[in-house]
Design a protein around this ligand. Structure first.
Ligand SMILES: [Zn+2]
Length: 84
């Protein structure tokens, strides 16, 4: 969890990182990072927090890439398609 809020999974977004280092949104293999769909929690996806959540090292560039991915989609995990 990036933030300390306790919510149901319907209110949370998830991202994971593939073994190749690419971010994906939604559920998948391996460790993931969760944050609230509502509010500004996605802005708290810092390299330090991501590294803690994933038990690995995450660079600032990688954290920025995830934030771009999240903001570009802005959608619930598993939702079909991308909103225009
Ligand atoms: Zn939150």
């Amino acid at each position: 969890m990036v933030c300390r809020a306790r919510r149901g999974t319907n209110d949370l977004s998830r991202a994971g990182r593939s073994p190749a280092g690419a971010w994906y949104l939604g559920r998948g293999d391996g460790r993931g990072v969760w944050w609230c769909v509502a509010g500004s929690c996605s802005r708290g996806l810092s390299a330090a927090r991501l590294g803690r959540a994933l038990r690995g090292s995450v660079s600032e560039a990688e954290a920025a890439a995830l934030r771009e991915l999240v903001e570009g989609r802005g959608d619930a995990p598993g939702a079909p398609g991308v909103k225009e």
